[in-house]
Ligand binder design. Structure first.
Ligand SMILES: CC(C)=CCC/C(C)=C/CC/C(C)=C/CC/C(C)=C/CC/C(C)=C/CC/C(C)=C/CC/C(C)=C/COP(=O)(O)OP(=O)(O)O
Ligand SMILES: O=P(O)(O)OC[C@@H](O)CO
Ligand SMILES: [Mg+2]
Length: 227
């Protein structure tokens, strides 16, 4: 399913982490809507290529979530481009994007690119530290970012990122209320079917990452739970 508007559940695989062929097969054949390849540490052309070619044995849509310009390689179905709306630095909102488009602009297939407006809310996650995100936000701040994403920038995705911790369900619920076109992605700390189901009440798409590497069985139960 290559239309992200139809998605409800995706797994995020980290090129810097080890996954066996057997476990990868279970993930790719789980019934999830897509696989996002992405992470924030040690993302290289080599480990991205390796993971992509292994996922390519299956029919599942495979997306690269770009975190460094150096690790962009051809062959993915789509490229998700994060822009961190609550970063204190323009680097993570626009500067790296400007540089990358300067380099790849002539050869890019713009139809493969989907921009994600990130709002990072776990102060202790790597992405928050890397991007110097202001995570000290009220509910009104978060919903204002969501409105900026949809009404002003017309972004296809608004991503509430709690990577590593379970987020605040009320924030997800209220954020969903202010979005009409932009899809709400929720990611962070999901470790069970029950948690996945709870966040899927409000998020359009639930993203499941770290638990794949700590409890694969539990990770697999999250698919059925949201579909
Ligand atoms: C040759 C070819 C195929 C060309 C294709 C053209 C193309 C796709 C061009 C790209 C153009 C473009 C605009 C690129 C953007 C470049 C770039 C570097 C943008 C910055 C992205 C960004 C803001 C990164 C910051 C980090 C971040 C938000 C990453 C998102 C993923 C994330 C939060 C992962 C979680 O990480 P994890 O390691 O799991 O963390 P935990 O420890 O908390 O679990
Ligand atoms: O790894 P977890 O905590 O499941 O978060 C998923 C995803 O939002 C990370 O970018
Ligand atoms: Mg992770």
């Amino acid at each position: 399913m290559y239309d992200i508007n139809e998605w409800k559940h995706v797994f995020k695989l980290d090129p810097d982490k080890v996954i066996s062929d057997e476990d990868l097969e279970k993930i790719c054949e789980s019934g999830t809507d897509g696989i996002i390849v992405g992470g924030s540490d040690n993302i290289t052309e080599e480990n991205v290529l390796n993971l992509m070619s292994r996922i390519r044995r299956y029919l599942i849509p495979c997306v690269l979530e770009v975190s460094t310009a150096e690790s962009i390689i051809p062959g993915f179905d789509l490229y998700f481009i994060p822009t961190v709306l609550n970063s204190r630095s323009t680097k993570w909102m626009i500067d790296l994007h400007h540089e990358a488009v300067k380099e790849y602009g002539e050869i890019m297939n713009w139809d493969e690119l989907i921009v994600e407006g990130y709002c990072i809310l776990n102060p202790d996650c790597k992405a928050a530290a890397l991007t110097d995100a202001n995570t000290n936000l009220s509910l009104d701040d978060v919903t204002a970012y969501a409105r900026v994403a949809e009404k002003m920038y017309q972004l296809p995705i608004f991503y509430l990122e709690y990577s590593g911790m379970l987020g605040d369900l009320a924030v997800v619920e209220q954020t969903k209320k202010v979005l009409t076109k932009t899809k709400l992605f929720y990611g962070g700390g999901i470790t069970s079917a029950e948690e996945a189901n709870r966040f899927a009440q409000f998020a359009d798409v639930v993203v499941v990452g770290n638990v794949i590497y700590t409890d694969l069985k539990a990770a697999l139960t999250t698919v059925e739970a949201v579909k």
